[in-house]
Design a binder for this molecule. Structure first.
Ligand SMILES: [Zn+2]
Length: 631
C-alpha cells in the first residue's frame, strides 16, 4: 500500500504540471472543499466550500439534480440544511433562492465561503450514506458547485471522525496529505465517489501491450473474513484480465489506478455504479455467507466493463454530463445493454459461472425481448430515451411501462447476443462482438480527452452503425441490423443463430393454453394485480389490472391454481367464458380466445435426443470460452 501511494503521487504531480502549463493564463483559483463528520451517528456531513476569484455579480451555487450513470432526477438539494455564506473577511452574505437547487450569493468581495450540512443515510451508487462505520459519498449528493466554475480544479480535504480507524478510497488525485485530494475539473470531481471507512485495501497489477503497468485496487468495507476478501479479489482479478483480453488493452486510468469501492455490509444497500477510474459495487450482504462472493462478482463484472464502455466509449448524448437536468441518451442499449451482455459473458469465460447459468441468462433475455410488448411501441433507441423515468425513478401515479417499455439493459443485452451470434455465424467464427467493441474502443475511447473526466471523440448512433459496417465488412448487413433491431422494432430470430452453438430455441410450454398473466391480489380473491399484457387473450377480452375474475369457463377461478386448472383443461384456440367485476362494482361477461403460451427457451441439444456436432462444440467454445492465452 505504501508503494502504491508513491506511484500515485508521481502520477498526480505529472498531471497537474500538464494542465497547469496548458491552461495557465485563463485558469482562476481552484475550489476548496473541507468535509467533516462531527456526528456520524446523525448521518450528516459538514461541508465548507470556498470559491475564490469570484467574478462580480451573484455567485450561483448549486446542488446537482442528477448523477453520472443515473438518468432520473434525484434532487440532492433536498438534503441540504443549515446553510450560510460568508465573504473573504468572514462577513455573512445575503442569500437568494431562485430555484429549489440554487443559492445566489451577492455582495461578496471576490471570495465566497458556503457552509452547510447535508444529510444522507442511503448506501448505493447515487446517494450519500454516513454512519459510525463509514462515510459513503457520491459527490453530486454531497458537494455543492457553482455555475461558471466547471473548468476550475478542486481540492478536497476530508476530516474523518477521531479514532474510528477510517482510511480514504477514491479515484480523486492524491496529494502529499493522505486526506487531501484534487480533481482537475468539476466533471471529474462529480465522477469521483469516495469511501471513508475501516476498509480492507488490496491491489494487483496489469500490464498493457505498450509495457505500461496499471494498478487495480479493491477497497472493501465489509464484515467478513480476510479469506472472503481474498476470494473476492481473486475473482475480480479474473474478471479484469478476461475483459482486458476483449479490448486487447486496459484504459490508461487517469491516476494509474482503478478502484473497486466495495461496500458489503448487511446494513448497507445494493447497487453498482460506474465511473472513469472506479466503481461503487454495493450489496446489503455479508461476504461471510455461503456463495456470497460469487453472487456479488456479477456486478463487479458489469461495472468493470464500463471502464471502456460508457466511461470512454461514450455516447455524445452524455458528454459532457449535465448536472442541472435529466440526461437523455438514445444509446443506452449499447452503453448499458452491451455491458450487461459482457457482464454475463465474462462470468462464464472466467469460469466464475457455468455454461448452463450463462445460457439460462441469455435465454431469459432473448425471451423477454422476443415476447416483450414494449417493442410494439418503441425501438431500442426509444427505450433508452425513457431512462429518466425508469432508472431508479419514482412516480406517484401508475404507469403502463410494463406494456410499453423493455429495459434497455435487457433489450440491449438481447441485441448484443443477436449481434455477437450473427457476426460469428456469417464469418464462421472469424469475427465477433469482441471485434466490434475493439473497433469502438479504437475510434472513440482510446483517443482519450483534453483532461481527465472529458471524452474527445464520443460516438453518435451513426458512428455505432458505421463501426459495425467496418467490422462486418458489409454496409448492407450493418444497415439492416440497425434498421430492424436497434432503430426499428423487430426482434432477432435466435433460432438459426443459437443452433450454430448447439442450442435449440423452442417454446417452453409447447401446446399449452395461455391467456396472459393474471397475478391475483392477496387481499381480493380473483382481483388482477398486474398490468395485463397488451394483446394477450385477457387484454383482448377487455380485462386488466383491478378487474376481478368471478368465473372462468363456468368455474370459480379466484386463485392461481384454479386458473391453471382451467388452462390445463383447454388447448390454444379454445373459446372460454369469463365473468368479471370492475373496480366500480359493474359486472360483465366476455369470451376469451386462448392462445399458445409464447414463452421461449434455449436448450442444449445434447440434453435432448440430438447430438452436439464438432462444429457446434467449437462455435460454443470460442463464444463462451476464455480469450486469455492458456497459462
Ligand atoms: Zn451499467
Amino acid at each position: 500500500m505504501n508503494t502504491l501511494r508513491s506511484v500515485l503521487g508521481l502520477a498526480c504531480v505529472a498531471v497537474w504540471t500538464v494542465f497547469g502549463a496548458a491552461q495557465a493564463p485563463a485558469r482562476a483559483g481552484g475550489v476548496l472543499y473541507r468535509v467533516s463528520f462531527p456526528a456520524p451517528e446523525h448521518h450528516y456531513a459538514q461541508v465548507e466550500v470556498t470559491f475564490p476569484d469570484v467574478p462580480p455579480g451573484a455567485l450561483e451555487a448549486r446542488m446537482s439534480r442528477s448523477s453520472p450513470g443515473r438518468y432520473a432526477l434525484h434532487e440532492f438539494s433536498k438534503n441540504v440544511f443549515d446553510l450560510e455564506a460568508f465573504d473573504g473577511k468572514g462577513r455573512k452574505l445575503a442569500l437568494d433562492r431562485p430555484s429549489p437547487y440554487q443559492w445566489n450569493v451577492s455582495g461578496h468581495d471576490g471570495t465566497v465561503r458556503i457552509v452547510y450540512k447535508v444529510y444522507g443515510d442511503h448506501v448505493d451508487g447515487t446517494y450519500l450514506a454516513i454512519d459510525t462505520t463509514h462515510a459513503h459519498m457520491n459527490i453530486p449528493a454531497t458537494l455543492m458547485w457553482a455555475r461558471g466554475f466547471e473548468p476550475r480544479a478542486a481540492r478536497i480535504t476530508f476530516v474523518p471522525p477521531p479514532s474510528l480507524g477510517w482510511t480514504p478510497a477514491t479515484q480523486l488525485f492524491p496529494t502529499d496529505d493522505a486526506w487531501t485530494f484534487t480533481a482537475p475539473n468539476m466533471q471529474y470531481l462529480m465522477d469521483s465517489p469516495t469511501e471513508l471507512s475501516a476498509q480492507t485495501v488490496r491491489s494487483f497489477k496489469v500490464r498493457n501491450p505498450d509495457g505500461k503497468e496499471l494498478t487495480i485496487r479493491a477497497a472493501v468495507h465489509h464484515d467478513a473474513t480476510e479469506a472472503a476478501i481474498d476470494e473476492y479479489v481473486a475473482g475480480a482479478e479474473k474478471i479484469v484480465r478476461e475483459q482486458g483480453a476483449v479490448f486487447g488493452e486496459f484504459p490508461e486510468f487517469d491516476t494509474g489506478t482503478y478502484t473497486f469501492l466495495g461496500d458489503y455490509v448487511p446494513w448497507g444497500g445494493g447497487d453498482g455504479m460506474e465511473h472513469r477510474n472506479s466503481t461503487v459495487v454495493a450489496s446489503p450482504v455479508s461476504l461471510r455467507g455461503e456463495g456470497a462472493v460469487l453472487d456479488v462478482l456479477d456486478t463487479v463484472s458489469h461495472e468493470f466493463f464500463h471502464a471502456w464502455n460508457v466511461e470512454r466509449i461514450r455516447p455524445a448524448s452524455l458528454e459532457p454530463f449535465n448536472f442541472e437536468e435529466a440526461n437523455i441518451s438514445g444509446e443506452l442499449w449499447l452503453a448499458e445493454g452491451f455491458t450487461q451482455y459482457y457482464g454475463t459473458l465474462t462470468m462464464v469465460r472466467t469460469g466464475l459461472s457455468s455454461i448452463p447459468e450463462a445460457i439460462g441468462s441469455f435465454s431469459r433475455t432473448a425471451n423477454a425481448v422476443t415476447n416483450g410488448n414494449g417493442r410494439r411501441f418503441r425501438s431500442a433507441v426509444d427505450m433508452s430515451r425513457m431512462a429518466a423515468f425508469t432508472d431508479a425513478a419514482r412516480s406517484v401515479d401508475r404507469t403502463n411501462t410494463a406494456n410499453t417499455f423493455i429495459s434497455y439493459y435487457t433489450h440491449g443485452a438481447a441485441i448484443a447476443l443477436g449481434l455477437d451470434l450473427s457476426l460469428r455465424d456469417r464469418s464462421n467464427g472469424k469475427t465477433s462482438l469482441d471485434d466490434y467493441m475493439r473497433a469502438l474502443w479504437r475510434a472513440h475511447g482510446k483517443p482519450g480527452g483534453p483532461q481527465p473526466g472529458l471524452v474527445a471523440r464520443p460516438y453518435t448512433l451513426k458512428d455505432a452503425r458505421d463501426r459495425l459496417a467496418e467490422v462486418a465488412g458489409d454496409r448492407a448487413f450493418a444497415d439492416s441490423f440497425f434498421d430492424k433491431f436497434i432503430e426499428g422494432q423487430e426482434a432477432v430470430d435466435y433460432r438459426p443463430l443459437l443452433a450454430r452453438a448447439g442450442y435449440l430455441w423452442r417454446k417452453t410450454n409447447p401446446g399449452a393454453a395461455w391467456l396472459g398473466t393474471a397475478a391475483f391480489d392477496r387481499g381480493g380473491a380473483g382481483t388482477i394485480a398486474n398490468l395485463v399484457e397488451w394483446g394477450s387473450p385477457l387484454h383482448a377480452a377487455g380485462l386488466n389490472q383491478g378487474d376481478t375474475i368471478l368465473e372462468l369457463d363456468g368455474r370459480p377461478a379466484a386463485s392461481g391454481s384454479a386458473l391453471q386448472a382451467v388452462l390445463k383443461a383447454h388447448k390454444p384456440g379454445d373459446r372460454i367464458a369469463v365473468a368479471f367485476r370492475r373496480r366500480n362494482g359493474a359486472t360483465g361477461t366476455a369470451t376469451i380466445v386462448l392462445a399458445e403460451n409464447p414463452s421461449m427457451e434455449a436448450v442444449a441439444i445434447e440434453s435432448t435426443a440430438g447430438t452436439l456436432t464438432s462444429e457446434q462444440k467449437q462455435f460454443r467454445a470460442s463464444w463462451l470460452g476464455s480469450r486469455l492465452p492458456a497459462r
